[in-house]
Write a protein of this length. Structure first.
Length: 179
């Protein structure tokens, strides 16, 4: 399962994945997210189908979608007790990003939300397709006028990278990872 804590940034375009303690090698196997009724792994990033007892290739895409959501917004989509977070992964769509975060375009939001679809069949056919769609959405969004994320004189939040910088970095790294 992909989680931010297990992605080590080694350079401008290099990420090393670590901690394969809950790695699943057979995507048709039973889920290892639940063992003896206890969630194994970082439940903030676990795909709904893993919580329900199955694992597919699209499960990693969901986890990556959560990581991208967090990269872009600075927050995880679901908050609360572990039980509430697990319930929301299974039943609740993630909160909207467009309109709440001014630096997120509708195109980028649509790509991320598709990766976070509750039904794995509604996600992208592969992580590579997700990365390519995200790259295309960023390119499209940056061709038009974009609003800055924060006023230049605003000091209440740390300086944020632009959506374009974050997503171009993401797309370049993941195009290497999925190649």
């Amino acid at each position: 399962m992909l989680v931010l804590e297990n992605m080590l940034v080694m350079g401008a375009n290099d990420i090393v994945l670590s901690d394969f303690g809950v790695a699943v090698t057979n995507y048709d196997s039973k889920n290892y997210a639940l063992k003896d009724g206890v969630v194994q792994g970082t439940f903030f990033y676990i795909a709904p189908e893993r919580l329900l007892g199955t694992t597919r290739r699209a499960s990693d895409q969901y986890s990556l979608g959560i990581a991208v959501y967090e990269w872009l917004t600075g927050v995880l989509p679901f908050k609360g007790t572990p039980e509430q977070i697990i319930f929301n992964h299974i039943h609740t769509p993630p909160p909207q990003m467009y309109g709440v975060y001014h630096h997120i375009s509708q195109e980028v939001e649509a790509v991320v939300m598709r990766a976070l679809a509750k039904d794995p069949e509604q996600r992208y056919p592969s992580v590579k397709d997700f990365a390519q769609a995200l790259n295309g959405a960023v390119q499209s969004a940056t061709e038009g006028d974009t609003q800055p994320a924060y006023r230049q004189d605003y000091t209440g939040l740390p300086q944020q990278k632009s959506e374009r910088e974050l997503l171009l970095w993401f797309a370049s790294v993941y195009s290497v990872v999925v190649s």
